[in-house]
Design a protein around this ligand. Structure first.
Ligand SMILES: NC(=O)c1ccc[n+]([C@@H]2O[C@H](COP(=O)([O-])OP(=O)(O)OC[C@H]3O[C@@H](n4cnc5c(N)ncnc54)[C@H](OP(=O)(O)O)[C@@H]3O)[C@@H](O)[C@H]2O)c1
Length: 313
């Protein structure tokens, strides 16, 4: 019999010691067990997991909450071996949101300030003066206005960029022109200079960024993908880049990761490739949110940020 709340940590990608420290800081009484040293399986109240082995969570009969160690829930939502009666929550970590918004801002500023043109000019020893434009001259479109999308929208509007956003259901956000659903997609795309995809991988978003979407943007638009690779039809993007419809892209996520060495994106000057590093969970801040959610269950409140398994996010 274990009186203290007990959390099982199960991720081969994250440092268990760092997470245990952060969880103890947020909740000194919590006992953290690290997979595969689970002890008595009946003690486990909560599981903090990233891509758990299929079926591995079935033996924890007293599990009250599964926390996905990430914002993207595609892997866990697709796992049919997880107990159906236990809610799955995703991370909603302020540290991760800051990191993601920082990455988006970095990419947006690089395009707005034409950093690539300046690098080319520097290599040619050319003083390439072009009068700088105001941030308000650039319209950024965010596809996805979820936890991370809204944070990025706030950071971009604070910096003076004009921001539009698109989501599945209608949203009202200060200083953001919002659109919802497929019916409003082409209106959303019509006057965007930089499109940022921050969508989850679901059956509905599969290849949602297709030829039609790229050609609904003004010619020469830039594209940034920090959501999931499966949302982009990569051959349509390749054609749009080769034809100049999309003048440059920064891609952090791909249909196949790692991106295969023979992929044409590697050789394209107008494509920046980053290896799925736009943002990660920050143990210190994430642990506070995880603990608050676990505590809600102990006081018979519903957990927050629960994934809708059927919807896929
Ligand atoms: N590259 C990286 O390092 C990295 C790191 C973290 C996360 N991510 C990715 O970023 C994604 C977004 O994170 P988040 O926390 O903002 O997710 P979230 O809170 O689940 O929000 C998802 C957003 O996408 C919208 N959406 C979903 N399906 C849609 C559809 N069919 N049509 C239109 N809009 C749709 C949702 O609309 P509603 O608001 O109407 O529901 C919502 O606004 C994650 O799913 C993950 O895949 C990537």
């Amino acid at each position: 019999m274990n009186d203290n709340p007990c959390l099982l940590f199960m991720s081969s990608l994250d440092d268990p010691d760092e997470w245990t420290r952060a969880l103890h800081e947020a909740w000194p009484e919590i006992e953290v067990r690290v997979w595969p040293d689970v002890g008595n399986a009946d003690d486990i109240d909560f599981a903090l997991v990233w891509k758990p082995e299929p079926g591995a969570l079935r033996r924890f009969r007293n599990l009250r909450l599964i926390v996905n160690l990430g914002a993207g829930a595609d892997a866990i939502a697709a796992d049919s071996t997880l107990p159906e009666n236990v809610p799955i929550a995703r991370l909603a970590d302020t540290g991760q949101a800051e990191m993601m918004s920082g990455f988006v801002l970095l990419c947006v500023l690089q395009y707005h300030r034409e950093v690539q043109r300046l690098e080319v000019a520097k290599r040619a020893r050319r003083w390439d003066y072009v009068h700088p434009k105001a941030h308000a001259d650039t319209r950024v479109g965010l596809m996805g206005l979820g936890y991370l999308g809204v944070h990025a929208a706030n950071v971009l509007t604070d910096m003076g960029f004009r921001v539009s956003g698109w989501s599945r259901t209608p949203k009202v956000l200060p200083q953001v022109e919002t659109f919802a659903g497929l019916k409003e997609l082409s209106r959303f795309l019509a006057n965007i200079n930089i499109l940022v995809a921050m969508l989850p991988a679901t059956s509905e978003t599969y290849h949602i960024l297709d030829r039609e979407v790229f050609y609904a943007l003004p010619r020469g638009a830039k594209f940034i993908n920090v959501g999931r690779g499966s949302t982009v039809d990569e051959s349509a993007l390749l054609q749009a880049l080769l034809g100049g419809q999309i003048s440059a892209a920064t891609l952090d996520v791909f249909e196949t990761e790692p991106l295969p060495p023979e992929h044409p994106f590697w050789l394209m000057d107008q494509v920046t490739i980053t290896p799925h590093i736009a943002s990660v969970a920050v143990p210190e801040t994430a642990a506070r949110q995880i603990v608050a959610n676990c505590r809600r269950l102990l006081s018979d409140e519903s957990p927050e940020f629960v994934i809708d398994r059927a919807r896929g996010y």
